[in-house]
Design a protein around this ligand. Structure first.
Ligand code: NAP
Ligand code: HSE
Length: 432
């Protein structure tokens, strides 16, 4: 058998993550060679702008503006895709697989939307596509789900899987920092997506939840199956009331399986301060998984940033490199996914926090209570602060007992039509 001299790497992207990956490949090459069985050779790096200053020293002759210099190079065995976004990343990934190259990617959008098709293509070509870095940054999540937890039926996952929003929420909650200031800092730290709206509006978390649920439940979950609401409506009053009531506000990604269907949703939620997930701060991510055999597990670690993400990517490169060195033996054969029905969010039953501005005069609370009562929603508590004398408006917060989402939404629509209701400021689900 002819031993491979080295494993050729084509790196697509040299931004936050690509820079972290290049640094590890260049600085840890000896250790990696020992792990894999032969050294990695960084052959080409795809960028948009060759003149841009880079945080890592990569030989300028390796930089290229032409993807074909990677895709058509027969000496490149593994393509690492860290340019991000759906296009042209999807086309480059497909072409790499079709040309018989292994792919390692951090691209949750591409995997969440096209994972099943890409896995099939890879299988047909006898290569692999690994994507550990697409969910949870540096936290190993997909490998445990693919291997160590296979004997379990996974019933529930509660996850904080967007570092940017968790960083923003933590700073707003702990330091009263404004949303815009916290977002700017998260961008400076390299946590945010190239289009930060994907983080803020919950899309990034939904992509990751689609990937997690697909792997954990052996089903196909598409991003459009996921009910998704971001954090842009949250304001300082919500954090103040949350604290007063004994909660933290987190952007949760939730997946549940039962009775032959699944529930998948991403939205801000009140969670009791004593819950472990309530203590997950800053860029940290955590995923709580319940399996029928193992019980509850919590995975916790840095969910974004150059080094943690490079850690996950390089682990996939090592796994791929070992397969290349052993000529294909030991490759993973995941269970073919089936399509399970998705329960609509309208069927959800949970408690709610409702904050609104109302006219400060007698009988107003009774009108609101009647709307809720008409939809079988029971009030657990009410907070009313002093009214604003100029506008004659009072702010109230209602905490409900468990109620059906559909009835809660109908109540809110009806309340919006009441002349005494000035504004429905926020409706947040409570997870207990
Ligand atoms: P980034 O800093 O914006 O870097 C993107 C890189 O790709 C840049 O080097 C850019 O080139 C290059 N690029 C973009 N479009 C290109 C195109 N059409 N042709 C050639 N090169 C192109 O992004 P990032 O934060 O590293 O994220 C990369 C991927 O990793 C995304 O899929 C993201 O979701 C994922 N991810 C990020 C993190 C994180 O913490 N940032 C964590 C986990 C996963 P120039 O430098 O020349 O502009
Ligand atoms: N923008 C993503 C986040 C990067 O903030 O979690 C990691 O996937």
């Amino acid at each position: 058998m002819r031993m491979k001299r080295n494993i050729g790497i084509g790196l697509m992207g040299l931004g936050v993550v690509g820079g972290g990956v290049a640094r590890v490949v260049l600085e840890k090459n000896r250790t990696l060679a020992e792990e894999i069985g032969c050294p990695l050779a960084l052959k080409k790096v795809l960028v948009r702008d060759r003149g841009k200053p880079r945080p890592v020293l990569v030989d300028s002759h390796l930089l290229s503006l032409d993807p074909q210099e990677i895709l058509a190079d027969s000496e490149i065995d593994i393509v690492i895709e860290v340019i991000g976004g759906e296009h042209p990343a999807l086309e480059y990934t497909k072409e790499a697989l079709l040309r018989g190259k292994h792919v390692v990617t951090a691209n949750k959008e591409v995997i969440a939307k096209h994972g099943a098709e890409l896995l099939k293509m890879a299988q047909e070509r006898g290569v692999s596509i690994l994507y550990e870095a697409s969910v949870g940054g540096g936290i190993p999540l997909l490998l445990p789900l693919h291997h160590g937890l296979l004997a379990n039926e996974i019933t529930t996952m509660y996850a904080i899987i967007n570092g940017t929003t968790n960083y923003i929420l933590t700073r707003m909650s702990n330091e009263g920092v404004s949303f815009d200031v916290a977002l700017k800092k998260a961008q400076e730290l390299g946590y945010a997506e190239p289009d930060a709206a994907n983080d803020i509006e919950g899309k990034d978390a939904a992509y990751k939840l689609a990937i997690l649920a697909t792997v954990a439940f052996h089903t196909v979950v598409q991003p459009e199956d996921i009910y998704c609401q971001g954090i842009s409506r949250l304001c300082k009053q919500d954090f103040r009331y949350a604290k007063e009531l004994g909660y933290e506000i987190k952007l949760l990604a939730i997946a549940k399986q039962g009775d032959g269907s699944i529930e998948v949703r991403v939205h801000p939620a009140f969670i009791p301060v004593e819950f472990l997930l309530a203590k997950v701060d800053g860029v940290y991510n955590a995923v709580q998984i319940d399996g029928d055999l193992v019980g509850t597990l919590i995975f916790y670690g840095r969910g974004a940033g150059a080094q943690p993400t490079a850690s996950a990517i390089i682990a996939d490169v090592i796994a791929t490199g070992r397969v290349i060195c052993s000529e294909g033996k030991g490759s993973v054969r995941p269970r073919p996914p089936q399509r399970m029905p998705i329960r609509p969010v309208s069927e959800l039953e949970t408690r709610y926090y409702l904050r609104m501005g109302i006219a400060d005069r007698p009988g107003v609370l009774a009108q609101i209570a009647r709307v809720l009562g008409d939809h079988s929603i029971s009030i657990a508590s009410v907070i009313q602060k002093e009214a604003d004398e100029v506008t004659q408006t009072a702010e109230i917060v209602i905490m409900t007992h468990p109620a059906r989402e559909q009835f809660m939404q109908q109540s809110v629509s009806e309340m919006e039509g009441l002349s005494v209701v000035k504004e429905i400021c926020n409706l947040i689900r409570v997870e207990e």
